[in-house]
Design a protein around this ligand. Structure first.
Ligand SMILES: [Zn+2]
Ligand SMILES: [Zn+2]
Length: 255
């Protein structure tokens, strides 16, 4: 069996990623409307009923915004920390809630899922690593800085999806108000290209087959800059680095 994954879209206007092993498919975050999610799933050759669960990283709208309505409509269980769950609508059916602990691995059918805490300005944010027993995919899309724990969880993966939110010069020279610039660049904000590169550099990469830049700011970054930073860090061709876009995410890849 192979571990496959695809992004339905990535960025501050909405995120969703699907991981598949055999017949098990799990969605990570859903920041899109029901119609938009449906449409993006179809583009990936999937239907809503194919999903065994939705795992949620944190309560920001671009991650949690579409989860409750979509999960409810299709009766899909939602896996999230108690901190994140505080932002579910009050009338969300308890029967669909699966609380997770940010340090405790769990499984959804054939997929082993490891949550890990990250520094980000949310109540109890986590990111995830997925494994089918043979290959491992690590995803980090919202974190303000690198911790040793994050490095430990992402090291040795076959596939990595890593936040390259902004280019620091573009952010600082750009139109955002000062307070927002500080929030984004702060230790509980988002990774810039350079720090994303440092993260990649610090990982054991002998098994790495996919390296994808994600959650790019449309205002403060370009795919070229993100690609260049990760390619330099990984010591590979820029063309080898994938970029997840807001409109299309990225196509299926096999880990
Ligand atoms: Zn986000
Ligand atoms: Zn966030």
């Amino acid at each position: 069996m192979t571990l496959r994954f695809t992004s339905l879209g990535s960025g501050s206007s909405g995120n969703a990623l699907v991981v598949e092993s055999g017949k098990t498919r799990v969605m990570m975050d859903c920041g899109f409307t029901i119609a938009e999610t449906q449409c993006r799933l179809e583009r990936a050759g999937l239907e809503s009923c194919d999903l065994a669960g939705i795992v949620v990283t944190h309560e920001h709208d671009d991650h949690l915004g579409g989860v409750a309505r979509f999960a409810r409509r299709h009766a899909i269980p939602v896996y999230l920390t108690r901190g994140t769950a505080q932002s579910l609508p009050e009338d969300f059916p308890a029967v669909l809630v699966r609380y997770i602990d940010s340090h405790t691995p769990f499984a959804i059918e054939a997929l082993a899922i490891e949550p890990f805490p990250v520094p980000h300005d949310a109540r109890e944010p986590v990111q995830f690593a997925f494994s089918d027993g043979a290959a491992r995919l690590g995803v980090v899309t919202d974190l303000g800085c690198i911790t040793q724990h994050v490095v430990d969880k992402l090291t040795g993966c076959e596939a990595l999806v890593i936040e390259c939110n902004h280019d620091l010069d573009m952010l600082m020279g750009g139109p955002y108000p000062v307070g927002l610039k500080q929030r984004v660049a702060g230790r509980f904000g988002h990774l810039d290209n350079t720090v994303a590169g440092q993260l990649v550099e610090s990982l054991e990469r002998s098994r790495l087959k996919h390296l994808i830049a994600a959650h790019l700011s449309q205002q403060n970054n370009t795919p070229q800059l993100a690609r260049r930073a990760l390619a330099r860090a990984a010591g590979c061709e820029e063309a080898w680095i994938g970029v997840a876009t807001q409109s299309d995410g990225f196509d299926w890849r096999e880990a």
